[in-house]
Design a protein around this ligand. Structure first.
Ligand SMILES: [Zn+2]
Ligand SMILES: [Zn+2]
Length: 120
């Protein structure tokens, strides 16, 4: 029998901190780029996602609601994205759980160098 929930919520302290928007047990690192619904498992996935999927293909910042539409080269775009958009997420959620399997993910540094090296 489970009639504990659904029938009126238990009244307790006036200012209970439960019931508010308590975060889910695991954080979701959502990509904020326009028209992108990607949800990543941790910060490093999110960074790599942005680096690979968005940064090389956008001249201006595509982050939803970003009012800085200065055209930038990839390196500067990445710096902007990381500082303005990814960092706040990191502050809020932390690094997130470690990647399930190591070695599968190219390191951010490698990806970035790749990116920058391509415009020799
Ligand atoms: Zn994305
Ligand atoms: Zn931006």
């Amino acid at each position: 029998m489970s009639t504990k929930r659904g029938v009126g919520r238990p009244k307790k302290a006036a200012h209970s901190e439960t019931d508010a928007e308590s975060p889910p047990s695991y954080p979701v690192f959502r990509c904020g780029m326009k028209d992108c619904m990607a949800e990543l498992h941790n910060l490093s996935f999110l960074q790599t996602h942005c680096l690979k999927i968005h940064i090389p293909y956008s001249l201006t910042c595509q982050w939803e609601g970003c009012d800085d539409q200065t055209p930038r080269p990839a390196a500067a775009m990445w710096r902007h994205t990381r500082e303005k958009h990814i960092k706040p997420i990191a502050w809020q959620l932390g690094d997130g759980p470690a990647a399930p399997s190591s070695g599968e993910l190219p390191s951010i540094q490698t990806t970035l160098e790749d990116l920058l090296g391509s415009r020799a």
